[in-house]
Design a binder for this molecule. Structure first.
Ligand code: HDE
Length: 700
């Protein structure tokens, strides 16, 4: 009897809610709201029939007295809440943060102080512009919001995957978002920055330039959440147990390295699998390929001018290069459980910059100051009132005794008579604490000055750091930036906006502006004097050292007669590294030989190259020919993915126009350990960068 067919645990259809449900239930308090085996009404009355409304005769009108019908439909009618005004589309996971103890000298925050201290976390990743049903892989900034359920109260680190922001003052947030969102007349384009109003605004509002460069770089199209860096953006002030302070910037460093899609791949994926990133995260967690980051801090002296090496630390359009202030690693975060219920957790989670713990204080960054107002404010509408901290996902793991009472959706049954202080009726409590008992005491930082609508002069330099970013990229990454600007501006209808943007680009880099101008068929803008900047290699994401491959997907092309034993051994070798093998074949079903049965994970008519990080043709499949297979292999080649074949599989590559001798095409006689090892190394390098000159037009 042939052995049991292999089941692809990561295939979407088999990502069962059950595994995740059982694992993540204990992670949120009071998560289980349903009990018993029978269908009931909301009031617990057992129901005899939920498929037919109560009627006056089988063919007659429905009756108003049908309380089950009315309750079922009424509740359904009110199932939706307003989506987030920004960051509407997101996906989240539970995990744990483990402190290295190395931040204790900088901050007294309990979750960072003690080595080995573990704190539960919930992390939501998001795109900024698209609505809740938009695609994951669009070009955009990504939200990276982390809720630490610490013993001292909840700490939210509400960051992005880019370290700078479009604006320096919160008062401009409605402007930049109105410009980036779809045009108000037709509500298009959805989740795109390639349109007139976005470029109109950023071309007129030059402080956005640095952030725009990050968006136009590969950072705007991440491969997956697990390969994104995260940044707190603003400078915070940390306080240690001795009362000493230091300024700090937060960084999340992905253990899997920083990796991106290529633009054509991102666009195809948006149609092929709009859920690409959330699927990748959920599948990875389901398969035990957990997502991991190290938390890092750049520590900067707390000087009265709040400047460091000429960089204004209160200006959120500026970074501090890592070469000037190294990122010191202070802990590790592992995301290891999927949410049980999207709405209850991912949709209802509420992050807020004001959720701070002792040892972490805010600064006067005017963007940060405005954010401190906005999050609670927006959540009052989005979550329907002031009691959303009682929702299981938002409930602190520390004791709560807050004297806040009543209001919409109050679920607590408060006892006592005196929700006020001072009182003599309820024994005078709850009592306030002092710092030694863990109270949050605002640092007495000096403040003077005239009331003024304005900004520091140091906020006026909008181009030097955009140049710093651009010149720090490798030539290949720079090509991607040129291509992104050319694509986006080509979608802009108004010529004046394109010209204005080109003039701004010339203030960042002359050659870049020239290349984009040529692509747009517009005059090359006049060269201007540009500042000397020292490149920061840490800003480039291409690494010569192979990284971990957990969560990566290898497609293996097979058909009748394919070497199934070879496929099985390759699968084992990949699984040992946390990577997944998926069989691609012209039709769905099973492949079998005398000893093996394999299930086809992806029929050619239902897949595209974008679902795989590498594609390999199995030995024994050498006679396979299929137009969709040609497209798949050529696309993977063009997107610089490792390709390979063993045995006569190389014939399939050649038939598709992929030379087995080309860079990053691995061939072997059989799928042995050596072949698997080479494939894992190639996957760990993410792309075959050496192949780029063969597939990308040479830079002008
Ligand atoms: Fe946000 N932002 N933001 N933002 N933001 C929101 O809060 C806002 C900014 C970020 O997964 C909203 O609950 C203002 C920077 C993330 O639930 C809202 C300004 C950074 C998320 C809001 C900024 C962020 C949000 C919408 C300019 C990176 C998703 C829904 C001063 C450091 C959180 C909500 C989640 C969400 C306001 C700028 C990150 C409207 C006014 C800079 C990751 O309150």
């Amino acid at each position: 009897m042939p052995p049991k067919p292999h089941q692809d645990q990561s295939a979407p259809a088999k990502v069962s809610p059950t595994g995740a449900t059982e694992r993540s239930l204990p992670l949120v308090r009071d998560a289980r709201s349903q009990s018993g085996d029978h269908l009931t009404t909301a009031n617990g009355l057992r129901v005899d029939d939920t498929d037919h409304s109560l009627k006056a005769g089988r063919r007659g009108p429905s009756l108003l007295e049908d309380f089950h019908l009315r309750e079922k439909i009424t509740h359904f009618d009110h199932e939706r809440i307003p989506e987030r005004v920004v960051h509407a589309r997101g996906a989240a996971a539970h995990g744990v943060f483990t402190s290295y103890g190395s931040a204790a000298s900088a901050t007294k925050a309990g979750f960072l102080a003690e080595k080995g201290k573990q704190t539960p976390v919930f992390v939501r990743f998001s795109t900024v512009l698209g609505s809740r049903g938009s695609a994951d892989t669009v070009r955009d900034t990504r939200g990276f919001a982390v809720k630490f359920y610490t013993d001292e109260g909840t700490f939210d680190l509400v960051g992005n995957n880019m370290p700078v922001f479009f604006i320096q003052d919160a008062i401009k947030f409605p402007d930049v978002i109105h410009a980036g969102k779809p045009h108000p007349d037709r509500e298009i384009p959805q989740a795109q920055s390639a349109h007139d109003t976005f470029w109109d605004f950023v071309s007129l509002h030059t402080e956005a330039t640095h952030h725009v460069f990050w968006n136009m770089s590969d950072r705007g199209i991440p491969r997956s959440y697990r390969t994104m860096e995260g940044f707190g953006v603003h400078t915070f002030r940390l306080e240690n147990a001795a009362g000493e302070t230091v300024l700090a910037k937060w960084h999340w460093k992905p253990v899997a390295g920083v990796h991106s899609l290529v633009w054509e791949e991102a666009q195809i994926t948006a149609g092929m699998d709009p859920d690409f990133h959330r699927r990748d995260m959920a599948d990875g967690i389901e398969n035990g390929a957990f997502l991991e980051w190290e938390l890092g801090l750049q520590l900067l002296p707390d000087t009265p001018d709040e400047m460091f090496e000429g960089i204004d630390l209160l200006d959120p359009t500026k970074i501090v290069p890592e070469e000037l202030a190294p990122v010191q690693l202070v802990g590790r975060m592992t995301l290891n459980a999927n949410p049980t219920n999207y709405f209850a957790e991912t949709e209802q989670v509420a992050f807020h910059l004001g959720n701070l713990v002792p040892g972490i204080q805010v600064t006067n960054d005017p963007l940060l100051q405005g954010r401190l107002f906005s999050y609670l404010d927006t959540q009052l509408t989005r979550l329907g009132g002031p009691n959303f901290t009682q929702l299981p996902i938002n409930r602190p793991h520390a004791d709560v005794n807050d004297n806040l009472r009543d209001g919409m959706h109050q679920t607590a049954v408060h006892t006592g008579l005196a929700p006020y202080l001072p009182n003599s009726v309820d024994g005078g409590g709850p009592r306030t604490a002092d710092a030694s008992e863990g109270a949050y005491v605002t640092l007495p930082t000096p403040t003077t000055g005239e009331k003024v609508r304005g900004a520091a002069v140091s906020f006026d330099d909008h181009f030097t750091q955009a140049r710093l970013f651009y010149v720090s990229l490798t030539p290949l990454e720079q090509d991607h930036v040129v291509e992104a600007f050319t694509f986006e501006l080509a979608k802009v209808f108004e010529k004046g906006i394109r010209e204005r943007m080109l003039a701004n680009l010339a203030r960042v880099d002359t050659a870049l502006a020239g290349r984009v101008a040529v692509g747009l068929g517009l005059p090359v803008p006049e060269a201007v004097d540009l500042p000397e900047v020292a490149p920061s290699p840490a800003l480039s994401q291409i690494s010569p050292v192979p990284g971990p491959v957990a969560g990566r997907v290898v497609g293996v092309v097979a058909g009748p007669g394919a070497d199934l034993a070879g496929i099985a051994s390759l699968r084992d070798a990949l699984a040992a590294q946390g990577a997944v093998l998926r069989i691609i074949s012209p039709v769905a079903g099973e492949l079998a030989d005398g000893t093996h049965v394999e299930i086809v994970d992806r029929a050619l008519y239902a897949t595209r190259s974008v679902e795989f990080d590498a594609v390999v043709v199995a030995g024994g499949a050498g006679s396979l020919r299929h137009p969709k297979l040609d497209v798949l292999l050529q696309e993977a080649f063009r997107h610089l993915k490792p390709l390979g074949a063993w045995g006569d599989g190389a014939l399939v590559l050649r038939a598709a126009g992929v030379a087995p001798e080309a860079a990053g095409v691995l061939t072997a006689d059989e799928a042995g350990a050596g072949f698997a090892e080479q494939l894992v190394t190639a996957l760990g390098l993410h792309r075959v960068w050496d192949r780029a000159p063969q597939v990308v037009p040479q830079p002008a």
